[in-house]
Ligand binder design. Structure first.
Ligand code: AMP
Ligand code: MG
Length: 416
């Protein structure tokens, strides 16, 4: 395998987790903003300031089904009023309410002139020609004022806001069928390995099913990005080069496997030939080898992560390095999961000098955490049983029961 002296030096470089993450994030810049249909912007980062085009609600209206009245008439129970009409939502009132009068009114219907209070239907005899008020009602009850939600001309959402369902609703209420938001990253996912067969195939002798392409594509989607699969590349430089050629269509590439120093590990030299690749040995368990760099394409440089092949290592390094990178690419400023302290329930052994991310089960009620059991890098069940990662520093040879440890809440959204 041809290696330049600088590549050989890079191959021996050992970085801390924090240094590696910092290097990744300094090389990732947010994508451009584009105009998109409102609903497509769910989960995206808003790239403009939105100003209300009108008051919301645009007119005074009833918050209840009942009777629109004058407050003076309903200070006491047992008032009897003449019903002079009815107003449904979507219509406009005919006439005005004078002393001794009421109009039936439905929720969302405009308030008639003269009326300032709505008596709920439950507090009346529900009469048609006349109505008896059965409960005294305070002035202004059940009336929604024009502009009480949003005021015309007011900036109601600023650039940088994460668009959740509530923000999508706010934008709909000010008539924004299209909005400008940071484009959703499109991520190419590739597995490498002669031993891999697709999930739909039956593995032959020496073969295993490709778990990573699915777990990584799923992790990409769970991060709010789109994933497209480049398939499985065989352990041959030409096959890998061909598969990565299609990476030009993506905003970022994630491969798994083939980044160790085995005879059939081609990711590093192939990416070096197509762009540039840093290969880092990270002081981490699991997931020590990690490659990061870029592929040159006609559209510009596309960042690429070469994750280790072991299913736990690939998903864990995705969580620690790729996920924050994707969030940054998508314009987010909160890139990290919430962290809490918890009391450890069991002993977790680890190699001295490596930072360990044990898969754990966190009990928020008791403030405790325990490992999911066997922590081998091929034991994907350790990830699926987990709701957190237990972050154990490099130095000690183990974490002991009763110790206070840092827990990363991986089943929760970004830090708030
Ligand atoms: P590698 O990093 O290519 O040396 O692979 C390390 C280990 O992970 C080997 O046991 C591989 O068989 C396994 N492995 C690599 N890629 C995958 C994959 N896509 N799905 C499941 N296991 C994999
Ligand atoms: Mg391999």
């Amino acid at each position: 395998m041809p290696t330049s002296p600088s590549a050989a030096r890079a191959a021996t470089r050992t970085l801390s987790v924090d240094d590696a993450l910092e290097r990744v994030l300094t090389r990732i810049a947010p994508l451009d903003a584009v105009e998109m249909p409102l609903l497509d912007a769910l989960g995206a980062v808003f790239a403009e300031d939105a100003v209300a085009d009108r008051d919301v609600p645009p007119f005074r209206n009833s918050a209840m089904d009942g009777y629109a009245v004058r407050a003076d008439d309903v200070r006491d129970a047992d008032a009897r009023l003449t019903v002079i009409g009815a107003i449904a939502a979507g219509t406009v009132p005919k006439g005005r309410v004078s002393a001794g009068e009421a109009m039936r009114i439905m929720t969302g219907a405009p308030m008639p002139d003269g009326a300032d209070t709505v008596v709920r239907v439950e507090d009346t005899d529900n009469g048609s020609d006349t109505v008896t008020i059965t409960r005294a009602t305070a002035a202004g009850t059940a009336v929604r004022q024009a502009g009480e939600d949003l005021r015309r001309g007011e900036t109601i959402l600023r650039r940088g806001t994460l668009l959740r369902p509530a923000e999508i609703g706010v934008l709909a209420s000010i008539g924004r069928a299209k909005v400008r938001a940071i484009r959703r990253p499109n991520v190419a996912v590739l597995s490498t390995g002669d031993e891999l067969v697709d999930v739909s195939e039956t593995p032959g002798p020496g073969q295993i099913r490709d778990a990573n392409r699915y777990s990584i594509a799923a992790a990409v989607r769970a991060t709010g990005c789109a994933a497209f699969e480049l398939g499985i590349a065989r352990d041959e430089a030409s096959d890998l080069r061909h598969a990565l050629g299609n990476a030009a269509f993506g905003d970022l590439v994630v491969t798994s496997g083939g980044v160790s120093v085995g005879d059939h590990d081609h990711v590093k030299p192939v990416v070096d030939a197509m762009g540039s690749m840093d290969f880092w040995s990270i002081a981490i368990r699991p997931g020590r080898p990690l490659a990061f760099g870029e592929i040159r394409t006609k559209r510009g440089a596309v960042p690429i992560f070469g994750l280790p092949g072991n299913p736990v290592s690939s998903l864990l390094t995705f969580e620690l390095f790729v996920r924050p990178a994707l969030l940054k690419l998508a314009g987010h400023t909160r890139l990290h999961r919430p962290r809490v302290k918890a009391k450890l329930g069991d002993r977790i052994e680890k190699p001295t000098g490596l930072r360990m991310f044990a898969r754990g089960i966190y009990d928020a009620e008791h403030g405790t955490v325990r490992s999911t059991g066997p922590q081998g890098s091929g034991i994907l069940r350790s990830m699926s049983l987990a709701n957190c990662l237990i972050d154990i520093p490099e130095a000690p040879p183990a974490a002991e029961p009763g110790e206070t440890v840092t827990v990363i809440l991986t089943d929760q959204p970004e830090d708030h």
